[in-house]
Design a protein around this ligand. Structure first.
Ligand SMILES: [Zn+2]
Length: 79
């Protein structure tokens, strides 16, 4: 599969992803993806996308973890 961004050949690999699902930040692990080793572009096939959606709507939560949150809105000026 060719990367749509930089036209490099993409690699098959297992990845984790995270996103906001309603008001919850969720992580999905062990996803089959095609990833570009040059620019990092990721593609999931239709079946995998359906599995991700199913996991976050009907799946069992595997674990919880604390997530540090940072903001660039009020950071100290760079020295
Ligand atoms: Zn690329």
């Amino acid at each position: 599969m060719e990367c749509k961004v930089c036209l490099n050949e993409m690699e098959k690999k297992k990845v984790d992803t995270s996103f906001w699902q309603d008001s919850q930040f969720v992580v999905v692990q062990h996803i089959d993806a095609h990833e570009c080793p040059i620019c990092g572009e990721r593609v999931y096939d239709q079946e995998t996308t359906a599995k991700i959606l199913h996991a976050v709507t009907h799946g069992k939560v595997q674990k919880y973890f604390q997530t540090p949150v940072y903001s660039l809105e009020e950071t100290m000026p760079l020295m």
